[in-house]
Design a protein around this ligand. Sequence first.
Ligand SMILES: Cc1ncc(C[n+]2csc(CCOP(=O)(O)OP(=O)(O)O)c2C)c(N)n1
Length: 623
Amino acid sequence: MLLERINEPKDLKKLTINELEALSQEIRERIIEVVSKNGGHLASNLGVVELTLAIHRVFNSPIDQIVWDVGHQSYTHKLITGRQKEFDTLRKFNGLSGFPKSSESIHDAFDTGHSSTSISAAQGLALAKEQMLLPGKTIAVIGDGAMTGGMSFEALNYIGHRKSNVIVILNDNEMSISPNVGAMAMYLHRLRLEPAYTNPKDYLSKVLKNIPGFGLRLYNVLTRIEGSLKYLLTPGMLFEELGFKYIGPIDGYNFEVMERALVRARDRQGPVLVHVLTQKGRGYKPAQEHSNKFHGIGPFEIETGNTKKSTDSPPTYTEVFGNTICKLANENKNIIAITAAMKEGTGLTKFANEFSSRFYDVGIAEQHAVTLAAALAKSGLKPFVAIYSTFLQRAYDQIVHDVALTKQPVVFCLDRAGLVGDDGPTHHGVLDISYMRSIPNLQVLAPRDEVELAQMLEYASKQNSPISIRYPRGYATGTKDSPSSRKPIQTGKAEIIKEGNDLVFMPVGSSYSDALKVVEELENTHKISVKLINPRFIKPFYDEMLLEIIASKLPIVTLEDNVLTGGFGGMIAEKLIDAGASNKLLRLGLPDTFIRHGSIKELKAMLGLDPHSIVTKIITWLK
Ligand SMILES: Cc1ncc(C[n+]2csc(CCOP(=O)(O)OP(=O)(O)O)c2C)c(N)n1
């Protein structure tokens, strides 16, 4: 096995091209084997095996620093930077992270997980080297999808201005998770395909020289007019205009070509962009053919590529959202849906197919998505913006400034709210209750199950002000309740599930399933009678109900899948203090730390937030 001989990047430098090819094959097999068991980002990783090896042969990590954008393509990098033995633990509790982590290796120059940060980070590292007179190059490896994010343009702009020593390696596979969108994507596509772009001099000479009579003369004259034909004669003109030396497009599976290009980039001063063409899922047929499905995937069977999903599981919250918005869109033609490159992830595929003219995928551009929604809403349309809780963080100002301030009736659908499991701290959606509840004019809701999610979406479709609805990753509860058996959603009203004499328990949103188990154990084992309340609204809150609870002086327990800092329990505490209440309050939720990766079950057990631990905490506190 060649891979076993690679303990650090410099071991690669001794290999021949043939050996590199064999090593690439071994790495692919290893990645497929581990991801088939642990789940993970398969297609993006299989695409960059050769590119990663070429980068590590030409550069000298960790003195040369490599920043992986998103970081979901860093498995080969992990395998050749001393983490082979632990690779089986990828994305497992206490195991290797699925993303670069500087705490894991000195070769992980910068932590990533969210898109489009790599070029800014690379410039920061490069400027620091400049300031501190340190040696080394700085490289950002960024996908064509991530290149569409606003931060990328901001960074290219400033790098061009400073002429910083940053090498941007554009890993162009023409895909984001779904096919990449936007004018930049089209530009890259043209660079890839059209002879006028890939080899403009050749192209021009062929076309002009074929014109009988004066073609050759015209060619000679034109090529002599300095600058005037620059647009035709310089591939990657866009990047050149921004101050980068453009090298490419080059084949991401040809070691010799890649290494030549990377050496050229390495040996230059100033900004360079190397445009490398790769293919998602390369070398594994199912992932090549369905790179979408294999972007991020759970355990699967290697022979067929089939995932191990049991057929009798309930729908996911994402599916319930996707079906409900289609139903609502049939009833209200003003409803439109917006996603930031997450059509599948947010459950909007069906909507995109059924209502293609009312669907907008803006690329990885959450900020743009939100302000766009604000303006669409202002014009009388009803936008539903579906973004994962963690990614909406980056559009905070747009929510405040463009939506909430002028009360635009945008509906924010925050998927993956709460702990998400194996993607870890960059992806847990555990801040949104805190960041949303502080925004004036915004209603903040969380359903206790899928029936309530559908009810809330319908309620939101009829509101004339901004609303946010948070729901978790994964399967819904499978409840058999019909919507008609539920009380309708009324602004700021909670649902009192059952009365009780000893304790008031308020679990928010998806914490409700665990709360039911807690209540059962409290009542059956400990004989504590619990008043159980489903708040439904975090904001506006049901203050009349809280006044009654204050009068009862009963102790109150809150439970949330959000950080305690600024969370739902914090809001109840504020209200109790403001009212001069004497009720005791126990706030249960996530601590003021970033929570590692692992299964949600393991993480809850670690945090003492599994139902049994919650009961123990409540009993101890009551005493
Ligand atoms: C801010 C943000 N939004 C969305 C995502 C989800 N996401 C992860 S990878 C990805 C696509 C990236 O495409 P590209 O950069 O071309 O890399 P590829 O997967 O094609 O290798 C998206 C949308 C994210 N990580 N960060």
